[in-house]
Design a protein around this ligand. Sequence first.
Ligand code: PMP
Length: 361
Amino acid sequence: MTTIDDLPIRDDLRGKTPYGAPQLDVAVRLNTNENSYPVPDDVVEAIGKAVQAELRDLNRYPDRDAIALRTELASYLGHGLTTMNVWAANGSNEVQQQLLQTFAGPGRKALGFGPSYSMHPLLAAGTGTEWIGALRDPDFGLSPEKAVAEIERHDPDLVFLCSPNNPTGTALDPAVIDAVLRTARGMVIVDEAYTEFARPGTPSALALLPGHPRLVVSRTMSKAFGFAGGRLGYLAADPAVVDAVQLVRLPYHLSSITQAAARAAVVHRASLLGTVEAIKEQRDRIVATLRSRGTEVADSDANFVLFRTEPDQRAAWQAFLDRGVLIRDVGLAGWLRVTAGTESETSAFLDAAEEILSAPL
Ligand code: PMP
């Protein structure tokens, strides 16, 4: 049997593992930070009509520039942003890949502060970019001083900041973003995939865009919008950044169907985003309940919670799965991550946690 090792793949890809959160058929799936609520009926109807209206024209390529969708996304973002400040692709993973292709790549370096989103180094690898894995503090915090010191030491072409950070959940102090922008010579990407779930008083990096042409804010419809299956991510930046990514984007990368469905979803955002408060309530319930039982938990501004599972997180992950609750082992020794689901999913998790975290494994 031929294996990957028998093929003439790039040397720098040999031995690497693909992104692979388990997709298991389990009753309670709280492992990929999706929105647990199905798309509401009024939005299902609107998306259906919008997609239907495209079908006869599928013989034609879609709008290469996705103008109507970008205009709708800019109106959602506010902050005085317009169509020219916004770019969209098939998930924010693709947005970030395009940014690496444009501003990093062979001979250049990207830096991130782990533990953080596991795709940042994988996207760097896929684009031939050297990855510098700087670390957050042991309590998962990141101070402006530490961020500045790492950037001065490595002089990266592109910096990834993640706020709220996956997998720890906590938003960055805006002073960190400010300090990084003042220090870095290259592009600064702030991945705000979970920003709609942030606790009150957490500012978005969108406010920093004026006067910072090397800042890019990456967003997604996969989380708060409950549109993970629709695959739509986007960025906000100076119009010059949007012009620059045109150099690497594939022609017609966003299908007519994706554009129509996503546009209908953004137009109906009031209905889609209606679940955010309920999810935040369950998130806060997980934090409060686990803490009241003496479990260490990281502060969360996201739709998930990172909690302590001494001594071995792998055994605890399996114990949750054995009880029909799929959560995430992000490879962080002694910690597991759970997505805040519906009230009943969250109860199933908390019931399992009560048994698992109090018993010696
Ligand atoms: N950024 C972060 C921090 C994420 O956690 C995720 C999804 N897990 C993404 C980006 C990518 O999401 P998508 O491609 O669905 O937009």
